[in-house]
Design a binder for this molecule. Structure first.
Ligand code: COA
Length: 260
C-alpha cells in the first residue's frame, strides 16, 4: 500500500477503511484508488470479515471526489483510464459479498457521493454535504452516479441534483432517501458500528445471498427478480447455519453462525 493513503482497522469481523488524504479532502488520486482496489479485492475472499465501514480521515471531508489537481496534468487517455478504474472499483464494492456501510463524515462530492452510492448503507454526520457536482466542471458523474442515484432516490430528483450540481445537506439527504440515517459527527463511528453489529448477528450466507438477490433483482422485471430470490434462498437451505438458527430458537438462545 502506498504512503498510507488508505488506513484499515479490523475488529470482531468489521473492517474499517479510512480514506487518508485529509489535506486534499480525501480526494481520490491514482494511489488511493489503487490502495482501495487492493483492499476490496482482498476482502472478497476474507470469510472472517462480515461488514466493511468506509469513512474519511479528518473532520471536514468524507471524500471530495476525484483529485482535480492530479486530473489537471492528465492526457485525455489517462482521464479515460482513471474513470474506467474508478467505475470498475465502485462496481466491485457495490457487488462485494459483504455489506458496506459508508460513514459520511463531512463533504462528499462527485466521486465521494458515488462512493457512498456504491455502498449498501449510508450514515451521515449532521455536518455532511453531498452532491454530484460534476456538471459544474462540464463533465458528468462517471463512477456510477448517473445510474445509482436515480435507482436510489428516483429519476426526477436525481435529474434535478445532477443537472443543477446542487449540494444537499445531511437533513435533505435523509429526507430524499439519499442516506439511511444522520447523527452528530462525534457519534458517527458508533452509529456505523451499531449497524454493523446488528448485521454480525445474522447468517453470513443469508446476507451474501440477500445482497445478491436485491442487487441483481432490482435490474430485472418482478418475475425474473422473484426467480433470482428463489435461487438465492435455495442456497441457504442446505446450510448448517439455517439448522443452527432453528435449534437456537428451540433452545431459546442466541444462534452462533459460522458461515457454513
Ligand atoms: N481534488 C484535489 N484537491 C482538493 C479537492 C479535489 N477534489 N477538493 C479539495 N481539495 C483541496 C483543496 O485544493 C485545498 O488544498 P490547498 O489548501 O492545497 O489548496 C484543500 O483540499 C482544502 O480545500 P478548500 O477548497 O480550501 O476547502 P473549502 O472548505 O473552502 O472547500 C470544497 C471544500 C470541497 C467545497 C472545495 O475544495 C471543492 O469544491 N472541491 C472540489 C470538489 C469537486 O468538485 N469534486 C468533484 C470532482 S469530479
Amino acid at each position: 500500500m502506498t504512503d498510507n493513503v488508505l488506513l484499515s482497522q479490523e475488529a470482531d469481523g468489521i473492517v474499517t477503511i479510512t480514506l487518508n488524504r485529509p489535506e486534499s479532502m480525501n480526494a481520490l488520486n491514482r494511489a488511493l484508488l489503487a490502495a482501495l482496489k487492493e483492499q476490496v479485492d482482498e476482502l472478497l475472499f476474507r470469510r472472517d470479515v462480515r461488514v466493511i465501514i468506509i469513512t474519511g480521515a479528518g473532520e471536514k471531508a468524507f471524500c471530495a471526489g476525484a483529485d482535480l489537481k492530479e486530473r489537471t496534468g492528465m492526457e485525455e487517455t489517462e482521464v479515460k483510464k482513471f474513470i474506467f478504474t474508478i467505475r470498475n472499483l465502485f462496481t466491485s464494492l457495490a457487488t462485494l459479498n459483504k455489506p458496506v456501510i459508508a460513514g459520511i463524515n463531512g463533504i462528499a462530492l462527485g466521486g465521494g457521493t458515488e462512493l457512498a452510492l456504491a455502498s449498501d448503507i449510508r450514515i451521515a454526520s449532521t455536518n455532511a454535504s453531498l452532491g454530484l457536482t460534476e456538471t459544474r466542471l462540464a463533465i458528468i458523474p462517471g463512477a456510477g452516479g448517473t445510474q445509482r442515484l436515480p435507482r436510489l432516490i428516483g429519476i426526477g430528483k436525481a435529474k434535478e441534483l445532477i443537472f443543477t450540481g446542487r449540494r444537499v445537506s445531511a437533513d435533505e439527504a435523509l429526507e430524499i432517501g439519499l442516506v439511511n440515517k444522520t447523527c452528530e459527527a462525534h457519534k458517527l463511528m458508533d452509529e456505523c458500528k451499531k449497524m454493523a453489529s446488528m448485521i454480525l448477528e445474522t447468517g453470513p450466507i443469508a446476507i451474501e445471498q440477500a445482497k445478491y438477490a436485491i442487487n441483481a433483482g432490482i435490474e430485472t422485471d418482478i418475475n425474473t427478480g422473484l426467480g433470482i430470490e428463489s435461487n438465492a434462498y435455495w442456497l441457504t437451505i442446505p446450510t448448517e447455519d439455517r439448522l443452527e438458527g432453528l435449534t437456537a430458537f428451540r433452545e431459546k438462545r442466541k444462534p452462533e453462525y459460522k458461515g457454513k
